[in-house]
Design a binder for this molecule. Structure first.
Ligand code: OFO
Length: 172
């Protein structure tokens, strides 16, 4: 049985993963609108991943006899100046999620809820990967610049990540 403090934090995280999914779906639309289809596909797939993160928490709460409360999900930001600003936002957002997961894991440990602590280890590893992924994309965005050629190659590069393909060649 989950303690109330842990249940509340888990429910908060369910809603936050839902928000992450909506945020990335919104970003996907921005990319499509601006003709960056590779980035759009990558963000769309990532939105689905966030939905899976939400479902994993949802199932854990349910299996542990808890009650999931879906709250109001705030509207995501809709306007960005550039693709670089979007990728800066993704990294910042993933860092926020990491801090929330760390707080949750600490709370579970402090309350001797080792089942939840153990469950959260998957998220700890996942956040390490997600921060690394978005940091590496942002590095490439900065490297390639924001002229037409740079945009073309970053779209190919990020699109290849979406489909698990080898990255595109660097511009000459
Ligand atoms: Fe992008 O990891 Fe969940 O929120």
């Amino acid at each position: 049985m989950l303690k109330d403090t842990i249940l509340n934090l888990l429910n908060e995280q369910v809603n936050l993963e839902y928000y992450s999914s909506n945020l990335y779906l919104q970003m996907s639309s921005w990319f499509s609108y601006h003709g960056l289809d590779g980035c759009a596909q990558f963000m769309s797939e990532h939105a689905m991943e966030e939905r899976e993160h939400m479902t994993r928490l949802f199932n854990y709460i349910t299996e542990t006899g808890g009650y999931v409360k879906l709250g109001q999900i705030p509207a995501p930001k809709t306007e960005w100046e550039s693709h670089a600003e979007i990728f800066e936002d993704t990294l910042e957002h993933e860092c926020l999620i990491t801090s929330k997961i760390n707080n949750l894991a600490k709370a579970a440990f402090d309350q001797a809820d080792f089942s939840t602590f153990n469950f959260l280890q998957w998220y700890v590893g996942e956040q390490h990967e997600e921060e690394q992924l978005f940091r590496s994309i942002l590095d490439k965005v900065k490297l390639l610049g924001d002229d037409k050629k740079g945009l073309y190659f970053i779209d190919k590069e990020v699109g290849a990540l979406a489909k698990g393909e080898a990255p595109a060649a660097e511009p000459q």
